[in-house]
Design a binder for this molecule. Sequence first.
Ligand code: NAI
Length: 350
Amino acid sequence: MKLSREELKGLMKNKLMKAGLNEKHADIAAEVMTWSDERGYHSHGAVRVEYYSERIAKGGITANPNFTFKETGPCSGMFDGDNGCGYAAAKEAMDIAIEMAKKNGIAVIGISNISHSGSIGYYTEMAAKNDLAAISFCQSDPMAVPPGGTEPYYGTNPISFAAPTADDRTVVFDMATTVQAWGKILDKRSRGESIPDNWAVDEKGNPVTDPNKVNALLPIAGAKGYGLMMMVDIFSGIMTGVPFGKHVSSMYHDCSKGRELGQMHIVMDPERFVGLETFKRNMSATCDELNAMPTADGYDKVYYPGERAQMRKEKAYKTGGIEIVDSIYEYLKSDDIHYNRYDHKNRFAE
Ligand code: NAI
């Protein structure tokens, strides 16, 4: 099913409001999920609406939260999300970070007590569209094993950075720090297919190819990815005072409780460093150089981060709209709020 931007966003917003979320936050959540779906990040688009609706309806996402912000210095502050909509909290905190970085050169905003905030590239892109460079990290539920370990300790803890160029391009890098998402394991199970041996481990910490034996996911690039997921947890979790490491709450467990997640936005004004014009000119030059590089066999082009997502978006609108799975469209159109599918005892929502 292909939908226009307006139709998809409208359906998602209505459903979240029907579940009880206030209109402003429903609008922001629907906007960020549309941003993900139109760029082909379907893992963080409409597929999530039913889960959020269940958590909102059961009280695990505060429908009308009291967001608070405390400036702790000229370039720092703490934003508390009152376990409300993570999308709205992360966006509002980025609005504050943008204003602070424009005024004082740098902004480091810790965000505490939020629910899932989706594709975090949305927030770093906001800064880049304002001629600023930004980094964002956030916690997610424990499902990755450290090298040599046997138990899940860190989440898929994503990292994003974004920067403007001198033209209409924006570099937006946005990735999870595990080799694969848990959803890919479930997908392989349902198809009866095996998985590559670098995706996950069993209960003894040994690599597995049978998706039914998976106990934890592996970090990207071994110990290096483990270090990155720890960095994310330190800056967005330990630094903001929320539960960290294996104490981070599970997405699919007890939908009546707030998730108490942490996130951090770091925003810099290039004007305070090399100068904005030079920064943007050299950002364009680096993108041009990457695009012009001769390619290896089997590759059509070298892309800068975010370029393929932008191309997917343009292609979607040229070919009739955003592709949404039929069953998700039926759910969004229906009067049902949720089907009680996400309140699991099991941390991995099997
Ligand atoms: P991915 O693997 O599709 O892409 C990762 C990055 O690599 C992107 O910035 C992409 O632009 C870049 N990239 C990929 N192939 C490229 C190529 N050939 N040339 C140049 N650049 C290339 O992303 P992943 O890791 O699957 O994450 C998907 C989304 O999930 C992200 O939006 C992320 O923020 C979100 N996420 C959110 C979590 C949360 O708890 N809020 C947890 C984990 C992921």
